[in-house]
Ligand binder design. Sequence first.
Ligand code: BTN
Length: 248
Amino acid sequence: MGQKRGPAELKILHYDSLESTNTTARRLAEKGAPEWTVVVSEVQTKGRGRNGRNWISPRGGLWFSILLRPVGTVEYLRILQLLVGSIVCEVIEDYQIPARTKWPNDIVVESGKLAGILIETKVTPLQVVYAIIGLGVNVNIDEALLPEEATSISTLLGRSIDRDILLQNILEQLNEEYDQQCENDKIVADWWDKCIHRNRLVQVDIEGKTIQGVNTGLSNLGQLILKTKQADLIVLDEGTLRINPSQL
Ligand code: BTN
């Protein structure tokens, strides 16, 4: 992990509509905005998901990006992603929702996806110049407006919740834990404790191939470890994971 930096002050910028909070945060980062600048938008017209996918971002969701300037190398970003995932999962669990983490960057329940994380960065061979942590949480949204595999907090609870409190809880928790500079092993172990597919059969699509195996763990770099039918151990850096037999 990078070196200790001390408590950070949050600067929250609130918009009604943006193309993507990640794009606005990146623009601010290029202009030298400080760490913990947070960009929130009620609606995104060109929200981005992983692998170039669109991220549907109607009113009622929580769409925001946090600018960080982590001291460390690119390998740390995968760990940072796990840390963010664990925190969002814990904050959602506080609403009595059985939220779980799903590799590499989702927060889910058995019936669907609740939140996703998209980290975009500027890096040099030696260091991370900045990281934009983009977070999308399906909060008070009618499930019919979301992609088929998604659900929302309001659908699960049968009522709306206060999005400002949710945002505040996520930011406070992340601010605190980022500052504590925990060991990678602890961050990975915390994430794995909450993982929906731990020791379950999964399929991972990667570069046109599908690999099937039991997910027996995560490496201390946050890579997925699969045990295949042939009893080979495979370690994956990336891919799109599906849990068998569910379609999550
Ligand atoms: C994924 O699961 O594919 C990642 C989704 C990340 C969506 C968030 S919403 C706020 C931020 N702005 C974006 O355009 N994307 C991220």
